[in-house]
Design a protein around this ligand. Structure first.
Ligand SMILES: Cc1ncc(COP(=O)(O)O)c(C=O)c1O
Length: 422
């Protein structure tokens, strides 16, 4: 079994110095706090990431100085709020390499972004006999919306299997793709296994049969450099809270020509041009897909978070996290009765595991008493749990601000749990 993760980026970056790491950590006030009287070791970044002071300040300053509704005001506060929110959108555009802000729809998160595509594009384009291809490792957010639209339209959901390392094979993808495949929806980085999927190759294969591709980038966005133009994906979805931004923020990137053909999926303010009782007409992109008052403070904070990540550098992030993940994987495997769930050759940030005779929830509770935050459960990926024949796993997920010492504390906490239950 090969347990050394090979980073997709960051391989050439210099190792992060202790001083650099300490400076990064100082940017996040919560990392200096205690839990149960112990220093917090936050290893639950796959669920949500912590927020740097610059993001907290941006949100707080917005409410203190600029709070107003956007896009329809004639007064100064509204103009300032609109400009700040639209600057957030521009920062998203440049972070993911989208061609224009028309391609950047601001949502409440990955879940909403995927539901938007399933309802709008899927509702208008899928019909009986069509297929939607997903993988066995998807998060429920990238399964259930497709199931729902397939049920409505008579299309069929087809699943690309994973092997026991937690990888898909491009041969399987090629075999399953056919002229009936209308869309492939695939995670860039699995939240349950840490596998990095070969999305660029999948996109190329899918396009050969005329299928569109949606990438669920919820996990990838904080760990892997994303360039939507280079990937040539049709849609890319992610959440702001998983990349050091506020909760309740998210992004759907879509190719402009494609978004132009899609009907709105939610009706309300801002998404219309003219409303008449007989018939209404729709606003231009991206507003056609943004009904109602958005999370204004969140959008501003998301822009600041992306700028912060750019300053840290995704290659530095990848290099440091690969070191953490490899060290954690080596140490974890030395624990008797521990099995890693997810040993893909290309993986990032996530160490998922089970321990003989110890339930993942008990592990989580014991670690919590040591000030160590991990996640225990099915991670909204029940089919993955089914594949491995487990009800739940314990998951440590790293961010660039985590340290080797925190991994050592995790291992010590697990040893303590084994002793307690021996
Ligand atoms: C791979 C993946 N997709 C989708 C989601 C859903 O993200 P959100 O709850 O922010 O909408 C998550 C959240 O954990 C995830 O890990």
């Amino acid at each position: 079994m090969n347990n050394i993760a090979e980073p997709k980026s960051g391989a050439g970056a210099d190792p992060v110095t202790d001083a650099q790491l300490a400076a990064w950590r100082a940017d996040f006030p919560i990392l200096g706090t205690q839990v149960h009287g112990k220093p917090l070791a936050y290893l639950d970044n796959g669920a949500t990431t912590q927020k740097p002071q610059v993001v907290i300040d941006a949100v707080s300053n917005y409410y203190a100085t600029t709070n107003s509704n956007i896009h329809r005001g004639v007064h100064q506060l509204s103009e300032l709020a609109t400009a700040a929110y639209e600057e957030g959108r521009e920062r998203v555009r440049s972070f993911i390499g989208a061609a224009s802000v028309q391609e950047v729809i601001l949502t409440h998160g990955t879940t909403e972004s995927i539901n938007l595509v399933a309802n709008s594009w899927g509702g208008a384009n899928l019909q009986a006999g069509d297929q939607v291809l997903i993988t066995e490792m998807e998060h429920h957010s990238n399964i259930v919306p497709w199931q729902m639209v397939c049920e409505r339209t008579g299309a069929q959901l087809v699943v690309i299997p994973i092997n026991d390392a937690g990888e898909i094979s491009l041969d399987d993808v090629s075999q399953l793709l056919c002229e009936r495949t209308k869309l492939v929806a695939i995670s860039h980085l699995s939240n349950a296994l840490g596998s990095i999927n070969p999305v660029k190759e999948v996109i190329e294969l899918a396009h050969q049969v005329g299928a569109l591709v949606l990438i669920d980038g919820a996990q990838a966005i904080a760990h892997i450099e994303v360039d939507v133009a280079d990937l040539d994906c049709d849609f890319y979805a992610f959440s702001g809270h998983k990349i050091f931004g506020p909760t309740g923020t998210g992004v759907l990137y879509g190719k402009e020509a494609l978004l132009e053909t899609m009907p709105p999926w939610q009706g309300g303010g801002d998404m219309i041009r003219i409303v008449r009782f007989e018939k209404s007409t729709w606003n231009d992109l991206p507003y056609k897909f943004e009904a109602g008052t958005p999370n204004i403070a969140g959008g501003i904070g998301l822009g600041v978070a992306l700028e912060y990540v750019t300053e840290v550098g995704l290659n530095n992030i990848a290099a440091h996290e690969t070191r953490l993940l490899n060290y954690a994987s080596e140490q974890l495997q030395q624990l008797p009765g521990l099995k890693l769930i997810g040993t893909a050759r290309h993986r990032a940030s996530i160490a998922s595991f089970v321990m003989e005779q110890l339930h993942a929830h008990d592990l989580g509770t014991i670690l919590d008493s040591e000030g160590i935050a991990i996640r225990a459960g099915h991670h909204c990926a029940m089919p993955v749990m089914q594949h491995y024949g487990v009800a739940a796993t314990a998951r440590a997920s790293f961010a660039f601000y985590n340290t080797i010492e925190e991994v050592d504390r995790l291992i010590a906490g697990l040893k303590k749990a084994v002793e307690m239950f021996a």
